[in-house]
Design a protein around this ligand. Sequence first.
Ligand code: BES
Ligand code: MN
Ligand code: ZN
Length: 500
Amino acid sequence: MDITFSERTLPEAGTVVVFSMADRDLLPLARELDEASGGAISKAFGATRFEGRTAQIMEVLAPHGTGIERIIVAGLGKASEFEAKSGEKIGGTVCARLLASGAEAATFIAEVPEGNAAEASAFAVALGTGALLRSYRFDKYRTKEPDDKKPSLTAVTIASTEHQSAASEFEDVEKIARGIFFTRDLVSEPPNVIYPASFAKEIEKLAGDGLDVEILGEAEMEKLGMGALLGVGQGSIRESKLAIMRWNGSPNSDEPPVAFVGKGVTFDTGGISIKPAEGMWDMKWDMGGAGIVAGTMKALALRKAKANVVGVVGLVENMPSGAAQRPSDVVTSMSGQTIEVLNTDAEGRLVLADALWYTQDRFKPKAMIDLATLTGAMIVALGWNQFAGFFTDDDDLAAALEAAGKSSGDGVWRFPLSKEYDELIDTPVADVKNIGGRWAGSITAAQFLKRFTNKVPWAHIDVAGMAWGQKDNPLYEKGATGYGVRLLDRLVRENYEVGD
Ligand code: BES
Ligand code: MN
Ligand code: ZN
């Protein structure tokens, strides 16, 4: 989707999006258009229940008196409650409506309610952001889609008095969106296409954006003693990989980095502790954490973030086979700690145990954050597509994550870590076991991970309910959400970047 910004004037033809506050209170150019069209909008009000609630939409086709073919009136809600960032939801909702409508281009007249002039630029940016994010579609394997179902909309113009500042702010948005789309592509691809080596190949391409990339294979990981990660992949014919991405954007090249670590299980059958057939297909997106890390690293490189950032992803396929690990196997992790593997389906924490240890050992990061589709219990606790749950002992890091969650729109909700949970993962057989029983499943998983962080400031974000959208949303079609890229980008921007 092409998004451009222009002067605030009504176009003479095409599809135009204008705004109404609550109670059908049209903004100035919307009123002008209503008058020019002989009251087409006012008449349409009489035929619909449109009131002007935030992101409510009314469509008027072929109004008289102008060359305009289609008017979309979008609601802004009550003027007193207006927030510029509602533009994302509105821009996305309108984009979804127009995407396959036959319209090829649309112009948004980005006006804001009186008294909000300072927010006009932010509103214009938000509209463009929503439209751009919602325009993504993963349809490369649909060869027989009828033409009239295919997207028609390819260009959106945002007309605003603040078009210059909006256009310059939008440059970064576009770069971050490319990161989000990279994440969505990786998450959407089927597991016969994205497996550890092919995922690593995609990451290698990020060198073209300026990242330093290294890929470790099984032989190298064996030398490092990564028995926990390798145990998960040993039942698969696909070779396990560890991918390391580095972005050195800080003017001080010695600055310790912030590190992002991702779970990249390219397919999770459960292994010998096999999952039921129904719903197993969802486990193609069990690499969602790694997808977020890769997309974030791309976004940071594209917008040349002034920070040192490391991304590490553990890439494995969890399969049952004659070579697979067995429930009750004991593996030795890179940290030296032994792990009794009682359930081969609790594999994500095994992958992260070695990826986290490796990351802190090699990079001595000032903070380390892992992202993982780790537990079904997190979806039970927080639901689908509302919040990701996070865990940390560090209150400053918690506050930073909560703030980034609010400003980015990628919400997070804090959960406890506490030594009371340790006894649930103790075992007489080894240093720790990989399951903690029926209760508090997300917390015992986090408590397990903590043992592999070596006291570096660390947070774990369980994105099990966030990587995949269960239904259409203003910012994504049902499918890969790209959740997390904006969260981490914001976190870097607000906490780790050196100001100009
Ligand atoms: N990848 C799953 C968690 C998951 C389930 C993510 C559904 C998204 C949707 C993870 O590897 C897993 O299987 N976890 C088990 C842990 C249990 C065996 C302790 C779970 O949540 O049931
Ligand atoms: Mn599993
Ligand atoms: Zn898994």
